[in-house]
Design a protein around this ligand. Structure first.
Ligand code: UDP
Length: 242
């Protein structure tokens, strides 16, 4: 872990400065939270899995032409990233109905959506990360209209790439959350992490609806075998890229 004073500590990661102001160090913790931190715990080995998986997926996307903040992995729990100004919007894309979409619309869990659904949530824990409408995004001046279009296009491209990637790992990508930021030149790039904490992943080798869950829903819903599920995601990804 860096000896420097932390810049920011979130629920699952710590950000440290480096000697270069354009570069930050991300440290992945084992801490887990759910339901806006009402539920807290630890998932053994989660930091390592999330660091490995995030680096693997971000570099895969970078190689496919998606600009990301990834520079390199420097230890099992740490990656170096470009410093960005984070856009305070969580971009969620869904291929199959689950989680809050089911709770808020009544759609049954597991229903395949006719096309990917992109949603924007305000990144604000105190307000409970509310779902944003187009007019609210404009009202709050979180992004401009053209930046919003760019975010949506980037997100749909990432979804396509990751769906294909996970399918080759025998995993269904149900939904996931992305965060973006502006780099030094004002360009929008993909930031944060992509991991079993931020994706819903279902094992295509298992048909039982609970047993197939390989992501943080195992922790959210007290399904057990959380560590094993995270390890399995990591193993499948490493087997594919190595
Ligand atoms: N998600 C996330 N961080 C958040 C909220 C959601 O990573 O603060 C991810 C979540 O893991 C899932 C997707 O975004 O893969 C959609 O989550 P949903 O809106 O269904 O929320 P939840 O079920 O967590 O209430």
């Amino acid at each position: 872990m860096s000896t420097k004073e932390k810049l920011y500590e979130g629920k699952a990661k710590i950000l440290y400065p480096t000697d270069n102001p354009e570069i930050l160090l991300t440290y992945f913790k084992d801490d887990a939270t759910a339901f806006n931190a009402l539920k807290r715990g630890q998932i053994r080995g989660k930091g390592e899995v999330n660091c490995t998986v995030s680096v693997a997926l971000l570099s895969y996307l970078e190689n496919k032409g998606i600009p990301t903040h990834l520079i390199e992995k420097i230890s099992p729990l740490e990656m170096l990233v470009k410093a960005v100004q984070i856009i305070p919007v969580e971009v969620v894309v869904r291929n199959i109905a689950a989680g809050s979409l089911c709770k808020q619309t009544g759609l049954p869990e597991g229903q395949i959506l006719p096309q990917p659904l992109v949603e924007f949530y305000l990144k604000n824990d105190d307000l409970g990360d509310p779902l944003l409408t187009y007019d609210r995004l404009m009202l709050l001046e979180l992004v401009t209209d053209s930046q919003l279009t760019e975010l949506k296009n980037l997100t749909l491209k990432i979804n396509q790439l990751l769906q294909t990637f996970f399918l080759e790992c025998d995993i269904t990508l149900v939904d996931f959350k992305l965060e973006f930021g502006f780099d030094g030149e004002g360009k929008i790039i993909l930031a944060d992490e992509i991991s079993p904490d931020t994706c819903r992943l279902w094992d295509n080798k298992i048909s039982d609806p609970q047993a197939r869950i390989m992501d943080k829903d195992r922790f959210r819903r007290d399904l057990g075998e959380v560590e094993n599920a995270y390890q399995k995601v990591q193993e499948r990804i490493l087997a594919k890229i190595n």
